[in-house]
Design a protein around this ligand. Structure first.
Ligand code: HEM
Length: 471
């Protein structure tokens, strides 16, 4: 018998996945096709934002709806993306109440969700910490940590099943800890953060009902015992990282040094311990979760596309021979880069960029009301039939040589709020992919039903069961 949820919103969509001799259409939900009312739409979005889209939503267009008296504007056109994220950035710099409320328990006023003067003061500080000039130095740590994972994988009994998502999250959490904080994280702590954040994502609502009940700022999320437990698991580890760091127990004091120098130059910043902790939590979470998701999806895609996996192996052999790929090789690893870029197109780790309008505005021919939600949706834009040939196919070659339409490809967002860790994240993904692919064939366990799930980030539901075989 159908569950109450199914009776209200219908069954979950069919997940489409198609294999050809030299083509692969990776898992995505089929279009939503039947009629629904606003209540059903909201319930469906609460379940999963990827379930709500109709065929027409995957076109370059602007679209608005009024849901329980609230205006929602969906901007799926490069021109509109430019307008919202860059030209009129100041009017659309605020994250949606849903995003602010969903993350404030975890990140306080950390950069990811701050705005106004807090954001303006802290942005240069955080951007400095992960600045692209520091990536070559960080690269050595990335090599080391990925090398350690390769050594561990080599000792695994044949056919041992791993959760690819957990493996990649442990890898990227260790990298962010050692690079930015100069501390070893260790397996046990990494797993605390990973499990804590997975629990958090599962519990947090995709919709802030308070906003639809008339509260422009939304309502705080209900801090249930389970949610509090998840937050404590993450905070405990991050607090230790920050404490060790402040006590000078890390190998490098870079984050503190940068902070102190900034504070000396601009005493009005008032960067106290809380601010440091919130920014540390932000860098830690934003800096490992997204890259972990990217690498996990990349293994899924390669595991199903032997021709692309072959091209990856050939390129690594050509560029690096038998030695371990290094950060200096990254500029020459064009195909590996294309695999990562194509992965970020198909599975952008932040699939929805939702903003709240400060003042009335006009986007294309839509009059936007103050406090309306304006959504730029990389998931839709990256699969727009007007921008991409065979948008649902995995084709890394599309990124070789030619660049996407400006403002049509935005896995790191765009405009003044663009991800400050862009170079860090790209280099890390390419390097880790190359180091592990040189030594192992990663296979998704046969029979696995892969399903993209959109919560705070876009992950495969339940992770990704894999096996790794030495090459
Ligand atoms: C593949 C990897 C990554 C992807 C796809 C990614 C994506 C994004 C996106 C889309 C945003 C903007 C969200 C929005 O405007 O709503 C963002 C912001 C941010 N990211 Fe990343 N990110 C990645 C890696 C990193 C890394 C490695 C770091 C740090 C080391 C980092 C730190 C941040 C921070 C601090 C922000 C907030 C910036 C602000 O609001 O001004 N990210 N990221």
């Amino acid at each position: 018998m159908a569950s109450l949820r199914e009776r209200l919103i219908g069954p979950a969509p069919v997940i489409v996945e198609e294999h050809g001799p030299d083509s692969f259409v990776p898992a995505h939900p089929a279009f939503f096709a039947t009629k629904r009312n606003h209540l059903q739409l909201v319930l469906q979005a609460r379940q999963d934002f990827l379930w709500i889209w109709r065929r027409n939503d995957y076109r370059n267009r602007y679209h608005q709806m009024n849901v329980f008296g609230r205006q929602l504007v969906i901007v799926n056109h490069p021109e509109g993306v430019k307008y919202v994220m860059a030209t009129r950035h100041e009017n659309f710099e605020r994250k949606s109440p849903q995003m602010r409320r969903a993350l404030e328990y975890l990140l306080g006023d950390g950069l990811f969700i701050s705005d106004g003067s807090t954001w303006r003061q802290r942005r240069p500080l955080v951007a400095d910490i992960v600045h692209k000039n520091r990536v070559p130095t960080f690269g050595r740590v990335m090599e080391e940590v990925a090398g350690e994972m390769a050594t561990r994988w080599a000792t695994l009994p044949e056919g041992r099943e791993l959760n690819g998502l957990v493996e990649m999250a442990a890898l990227t959490a260790e990298i962010i800890s050692r690079t930015v904080f100069g501390n070893d994280l260790g397996e046990a702590n990494a797993h605390e953060v990973i499990d804590g954040f997975s629990g958090y994502q599962n519990l947090i609502d995709s919709i802030n009902i308070g906003y639809f009940l008339g509260f422009d700022e939304g309502l705080p999320v209900w801090r249930s015992r389970k949610l509090t437990h998840s937050v404590r698991r993450v905070h405990k580890v991050i607090d230790k990282v920050v404490d060790d760091h402040l006590a000078g127990r890390g190998d490098n004091n870079s984050m503190v040094e940068l902070l102190v120098r900034r504070q000396q130059r601009n005493p009005e910043l008032g960067l106290d311990r809380d601010a440091l902790r919130n920014e540390a939590a932000t860098i830690f979470m934003a800096g490992h979760e997204t890259t972990a998701a990217t690498l996990t999806w990349a293994w899924y895609l390669l595991s199903n596309s032997p021709w692309a996996e072959r091209a990856v192996h050939d390129e690594i052999a050509r560029v690096c021979g038998d030695r371990r790929p290094s950060v200096d090789d990254v500029p020459a690893l064009d195909y590996c880069r294309a695999v990562i870029e194509e992965t970020l197109r198909l599975y952008p780790p932040v699939p929805i960029l939702a903003r709240q309008a400060k003042e009335a505005d006009r986007i294309a021919d839509i009059d936007v009301k103050p406090a309306a939600i304006v959504m730029v949706v990389p998931w839709l834009l990256h699969r727009s039939v007007d921008l991409w040939e065979q948008p649902n196919n995995f084709r890394p070659e599309r990124f070789l040589g030619q660049r996407p339409v400006p403002y049509g490809y935005i896995p790191f967002a765009i405009g003044p709020r663009i991800c400050p860790g862009l170079n860090f994240g790209l280099t890390e993904s390419i390097l880790c992919l190359a180091i592990l692919a040189q030594k192992f064939r990663v296979r998704v366990v046969p029979g696995t039903k892969v399903e993209p799930r959109c919560r705070l980030t876009l992950r495969p539901r339940g992770g990704l069961p894999i096996t790794v075989t030495p090459r």
